[in-house]
Ligand binder design. Structure first.
Ligand SMILES: [Zn+2]
Length: 114
């Protein structure tokens, strides 16, 4: 399961970050999850609850911000949703997928540094 390895990598990265700043606790994590990232949000949450046991993230609140798939015209900035024709008529330009649409990103770590 792909979600498990993603969560494992995420927790490892958060722990490294916390250790390098001598944090004693991690209160919260904020993650951006794009609709096209290929990650099941429920599985991701379950994986987090499984993997965090015995780590610095044991009592950490996980906030997942969901980004729907969106495309944007590189010339005029018009946005397109899933199911739209992905070409901007007035500009004649193909719409481009926004970076958040298919990404899983760690946005913020709320940690306690004594
Ligand atoms: Zn346009």
């Amino acid at each position: 399961m792909h979600e498990y390895s993603l969560v494992e990598a995420l927790i490892r990265r958060v722990e490294e970050e916390a250790r390098s700043r001598r944090a004693v606790a991690i209160h919260g994590l904020k993650v951006s999850l794009g609709e096209l990232a290929g990650v099941d949000p429920e599985l991701f949450q379950t994986a987090f609850e499984t993997f965090r046991q015995g780590t610095l993230c044991e009592r950490t609140a996980l906030e997942v911000v969901h980004y729907p798939a969106r495309w944007v015209c590189p010339r005029c900035g018009k946005t397109f949703a899933r199911g739209d024709i992905l070409r901007c008529e007035p500009c004649g330009a193909p719409a481009q997928l926004t970076p958040q649409s298919d990404a899983l990103l760690l946005d913020a770590i709320d940690m306690e540094i004594p």
